[in-house]
Design a binder for this molecule. Structure first.
Ligand code: F6R
Length: 248
């Protein structure tokens, strides 16, 4: 799988943002919608900041953009500080000319009794939009993509999952304490992600070096979900020097 190594997070993030902007403009030129798969967490914040800058300073329009986010805690209210619905508004949607009706995120307020139906509808909406043109991903220290924890099936679709304790600890800084971190989440499945036409996985900093080494150089295994991207025909890992440190 190709790996692009940048000096730092800023340069890598600008690279990804410019790739995404290029795809948006290409689709605009063709008179088509551009379907983006989006991630949350700390890794993509600078990508979103650069996309906002491109909108404000270089006329990049999001009028033809349709988005689908990877995941959301469950349950969580949409206006909670830690909700990914709120995150996306604050980091991107509120600052660009995207149509709010085109922004899709799994909903932490879906009633539990029909959650399977909502998850199936989410996959169906992605297909109805024509599939994801470009998907951005972060990576968990345990190799998760979206919230597809180790052991997730290659053929999984959008569904309710149980978070690993290591993931809850990694994300606990966003919450008052660990007991406040939801135990469940809704995530796009591995198969949902693998259907994206183009995938950018980003990783910054020394903490991600061991899992990047495993995902890129070790065998393809559902135990390291990101390693499954080795089987995608247009996926690239975009990392900084520190996250690349363990690559041979
Ligand atoms: C978030 C997501 C997760 C994160 C991963 C890394 O939407 O899908 O897979 O990308 O947990 O999180 P950060 O970027 O905070 O290190």
């Amino acid at each position: 799988i190709p790996v692009r190594i940048f000096n730092n997070l800023k340069e890598g993030s600008v690279f990804i943002a410019h790739e995404i902007a290029g795809i948006i403009r290409q689709k605009q030129a063709e008179g088509k919608n551009c379907v983006l798969g989006l991630a949350t967490g700390s890794s993509p914040k600078t990508v979103y900041a650069e996309l906002v800058r491109l909108h404000r300073e270089e006329g990049l329009s999001f009028k033809n953009v349709i988005t689908f986010n990877l995941d959301e805690y469950y349950p969580i209210t949409n206006d909670a500080l830690q909700s990914y619905n709120r995150y996306m508004k604050e980091q991107l949607f509120n600052h660009v000319d995207i149509n709010p009706a085109n922004c899709h995120i799994p909903n932490g307020e879906w009633p539990k009794e029909n959650i399977k139906k909502h998850c199936a509808e989410y996959d169906a909406m992605i297909e109805a939009a024509g599939g994801i043109d470009a998907q951005i991903l972060g990576i968990g220290n345990n190799g998760h993509i979206g919230f597809n924890e180790p052991g997730s099936s290659r053929f999984s679709r959008t569904r309710l999952i149980t978070l690993e304790n290591s993931t809850r600890i990694a994300n606990s800084f966003e919450f008052a304490n660990i007991s406040q971190v939801p135990r469940l989440a809704v995530t796009m499945g591995i198969d949902t992600i693998m259907k994206a036409k183009k995938i950018y996985l980003m990783a910054w900093g020394p903490m991600k070096a061991p899992v990047i080494q495993k995902a890129v150089e070790d065998e393809v295994t559902e135990q390291i979900p990101a390693s499954l991207l080795q089987q995608h025909n247009d996926a690239v890992f975009v990392v900084d020097e520190m996250a690349a440190a363990d690559l041979t």
